[in-house]
Design a protein around this ligand. Structure first.
Ligand SMILES: Nc1nc2c(ncn2[C@@H]2O[C@H](COP(=O)(O)OP(=O)(O)OP(=O)(O)O)[C@@H](O)[C@H]2O)c(=O)[nH]1
Length: 315
């Protein structure tokens, strides 16, 4: 696990670097408060920090305060390193957002157990976050999490010239699969279907379970043609091979609706979902196992696969 060590005293930094590395931490160093703050705000910034109180620029309490104010989605556990151990200073540090403090000069073993306590909190927080955002059956994002992603992408889209596309995918005749093979087989099919479809996405796309057997993919910087290629791959991933389950091999196909917007479209998340849902409905009407693309006015037309044949029509 990465730990930020922020201290303007190079001797103290060297010593901390030495002991922390020995305990298995990956140490990131900052020599002043401003760099410490910048490192903690990075997308993959450390989740543990040891901050000296007295530093040029921002002091340790300022860094704590600013990090809490930034409202990061992840929790950063911050330990203040201080020679001021009178109660009023400790209270001030913790009010600013510090989680703990270690008196200077510190005893290595004390630092080790305090970091270990911080690590437990960070691990627990990450596990809670995983449970809150993941669907228990399939492991992909749950409805709330995928809609959060979409909302953020819609907000980000106004600053990029690219399209944003969404793909609604719904397993065909899933009720029949449950009725024929049983609900547990249905669960296995759902797990395997999400695994196969997720494998067709780029690593900056997001995929979630919107409801029952309905799945939603969010594709940033992807135009309708690109989304059609991805959707066609998803469709093929299901149609081309049956799903082996403990209850027999199950043939399952998927119907897909696509909707895209570019930065010039003022669109609400609900409009975009409505368009994609309309396209999905059109794909079901066309006989399933096919892809439809929504027009910008919300109508939908066949695009590929199924009875219509590949690339039969695209809006
Ligand atoms: N096994 C299993 N079944 C589920 C799960 N969630 C939803 N379902 C089932 O999915 C089925 C969805 O049925 P319908 O909405 O009628 O849709 P369908 O049978 O797929 O038909 P079309 O969508 O029109 O092709 C229902 O029988 C639900 O019980 C799940 O987590 N596991």
């Amino acid at each position: 696990m990465k730990v930020l060590v922020a201290d303007d005293d190079p001797i103290s930094v060297l010593y901390l670097q030495d002991v922390l590395s020995e305990w298995g931490y990956e140490v990131v160093v900052a020599a002043d408060g401003l760099s410490a703050e910048a490192i903690l705000l990075q997308a993959d910034g450390p989740l543990l920090a040891v901050l000296d109180w007295m530093m040029p620029g921002l002091d340790g309490t300022d860094v704590c305060h600013n990090i809490r104010q930034a409202g990061l989605e992840r929790y950063v556990y911050m330990i203040m390193l201080t020679s001021r151990t009178e109660t009023e200073f400790i209270v001030a540090a913790m009010n600013a957002g510090a989680d703990d403090y270690v008196a200077k000069p510190f005893i290595a073993e004390e630092m080790r157990v305090r970091l270990r306590a911080g690590r437990r909190i960070v691990d627990l927080e990450q596990e809670l976050r995983r449970q809150a955002t993941r669907d228990a059956l399939t492991g992909i994002f749950n409805r709330g999490a995928i809609l959060d992603v979409l909302q953020k992408e819609i907000a980000r889209r106004v600053r990029t010239p690219d399209f944003l596309s969404v793909i609604f995918a719904d397993l065909d005749h899933f009720k029949r699969i449950n009725d024929t093979y049983g609900h547990l087989a249905g669960d296995e099919v759902l797990r395997e279907a999400t695994r196969r479809m997720a494998a067709t996405l780029r690593n900056y796309d997001s995929f979630g379970r919107y409801g029952g057997e309905e799945l939603l993919a969010v594709l940033p910087d992807c135009d309708p043609e690109g989304a059609l290629i991805v959707a066609e791959r998803m469709r093929g991933a299901m149609a081309d091979a049956t799903v082996p389950t403990a209850y027999g091999d199950v043939a399952v196909t998927v119907s897909i609706g696509i909707a895209s917007v570019n930065h010039a479209d003022a669109v609400e998340m609900s409009d975009l979902l409505h368009r994609a849902d309309g396209a999905l409905y059109a794909a079901k009407l066309r006989g399933r196992n096919c892809v439809s693309v929504a027009t910008t006015d919300g109508r939908a037309g066949p695009a590929s696969g199924g009875a219509g044949g590949p690339d039969a029509w695209q809006s």
